[in-house]
Every structure is written in C-alpha cells, then in structure tokens.
Design a protein around this ligand. Structure first.
Ligand code: DO4
Ligand code: MG
Length: 274
C-alpha cells in the first residue's frame, strides 16, 4: 500500500476527496476506493494525474452512508475500568478472553464529527469519558488499507448500570469523532503505533496518557475478520479497535473540555459541547 493521506473537504460543489492535499476527481468517493483490492487501490491512486491543491475546510473522512463499527475490551485497561463501573464484571472478563470479540455499530457516516467539531456528553449521564482509538479503514474484502484517529465518547454510568444499555452509552448525537485524515498503510505498520489522550480544561491538562497498539489483546486482522463474518460492506467500513486509555474512576468530562486523541501521525481535536 502506498503511504499517503486521504482527506475529505467541503467545497462549493460538494464534498471532495484529496490525496496528499491534491484533489481527486469529483466522482471518486471513499466507497469507490474501498471497493478495490489493496494492490489495485495503490495503483489506481498512483496512476491518477495530480489534481489541484485543495485547502477547503475538512470534513470527517467517511462518506455519509458508510458505517463505523467498534470493538471493545481489547486492552486490559478497558476490561479493568469496566469491571469497576459495572455490577456485571464477569461479562467483561469473559469477552476479554473469548474467541469472539465484542463488536457494535457505533455510527453512520453522516453522524460522525470531524476534527475541530464539537463532541457531546449525554444530558442524562453524569460520568463520561473520551476513548481515543486506532480506527481501521477496511476495504470490501475486509483488508486493512489504512487508519484514522477516533474518539469513542462513552457514558460510563449508563453502561455500568447494565451492559444492555451499551447502545445508549455509546450511540448518541456527537458521540463519534474521526479524523483529520486517513493514512493509507499496511497492517504491519499499525502494530506498534502510539495512541495518546490529552484532556485540557481551562488551558490546563487534566489527563494525559499514552498506550501502544502493541498492547492490544487481539490482532487487527482478527477483528476485521469477525466484522466481515456475516456482514458485507461493498464500499468498505471503518472499525474502531478499542481503548487502552481510560482516566481514573474519579474523572468525568465537563462541557468545554478539549480532547486531543493522537494516533500515530494523526491528531484529532474536539471540544465537549452540551
Ligand atoms: O464493552 C464496552 C465497550 C468497550 C469499548 O468501547 C472499548 O473497550 O473501547
Ligand atoms: Mg471504545
């Protein structure tokens, strides 16, 4: 896979993708690119004549009809944090070591927030955290062709009250942010990427932490294979790979907090709004 960055921009003529800052033809969308096998995608992009420089504002790097899926409890820290918050600790212990991973649908593309856009905490929740995650970009064959940075905003009290409330804890307006770009890359290059979470309040740091993707319990290929087991994605899909960073139990996000989720060479920034 060529190493390059794909970005999506808001232009007067509609949304437009760019490769390393150069416009792709108006007719080329991410779903078309992800319908190609990995070697074909590289040669398709390499053969394109360079387009004009595109500096229009960024949009989230996903088409409105594409889906974002998420896996969970893939790092020990996530398992431990959920055991603390839940009266059903055993479900997290079991899923951490089970053959079948936890997978859930996080968002459709049109609901995703991009870099610089606000994310939200639920009005009926008092305990909330961001989850900085490596997000796999999968083609229609479930091959890993790249990654982006993601923030899986989560309501810990709602999920902790009952694991069956997971969709409400995880899926609400402003709960999923991705961006600012897609880095095209082969899977081996993602195995030891640094993920960093910084939360700023009133200009001061209230949480900072790092983890490496090498600490994941599962492989990326395994997660992609399970997602594609009984679901088809003709235009590809994005898959969040779980969090290895959860602030301590005494921490909750507040309106106005600024969240930086840094994954590899990408830094996704969102402010928490009501
Ligand atoms: O089990 C609940 C969700 C887990 C999750 O989102 C994560 O581990 O990142
Ligand atoms: Mg998560």
């Amino acid at each position: 896979m060529i190493h390059a960055k794909l970005t999506r921009h808001l232009t007067p003529a509609g949304s437009r993708w760019a490769l390393n800052g150069r416009a792709l033809p108006q007719t080329v969308g991410l779903d078309e690119l992800l319908s190609l096998a990995s070697p074909q995608l590289s040669s398709f992009l390499e053969d394109l004549p360079p387009g004009e420089a595109l500096t229009a504002p960024l949009l989230p790097p996903i088409e409105p009809h594409q889906e974002v899926w998420a896996s969970g409890v893939t790092y020990l820290r996530s398992r431990e944090a959920r055991e603390h918050e839940s009266a059903s600790a055993d479900v997290y212990q079991m899923v951490y070591s089970a053959v079948r991973p936890e997978l859930f649908m996080k968002s459709v593309g049109w609901r995703v927030k991009g870099d610089g856009e606000p994310v939200r905490i639920r009005r009926d929740s008092a305990w909330n955290v961001p989850e900085p995650e490596l997000v796999l970009v999968l083609n229609s064959r479930m091959e890993i062709v790249g990654y982006t940075a993601g923030n899986d905003m989560s309501s810990r009290d709602i999920e902790g009250a009952n694991p069956l409330y997971l969709p409400q804890a995880k899926i609400y307006d402003g709960s999923c942010a991705l961006g600012p770009a897609i880095v095209l890359s082969d899977a081996p290059a993602l195995r030891d990427l640094e993920i960093r979470l910084d939360i700023m309040r009133g200009g001061a740091s209230v949480f900072a932490g790092t983890v490496s993707t090498s600490q994941m319990k599962r492989t990326f290929e395994e997660l992609a294979r399970w997602l594609g087991e009984e679901l088809s994605f003709p235009g590809g899909a994005l898959l969040m790979t779980g969090t290895g960073l959860v602030p301590g139990d005494d921490f909750t996000l507040a309106i106005g907090d600024v969240v930086h989720a840094t994954v590899g060479e990408l830094r996704l920034t969102n402010t928490v709004a009501c």
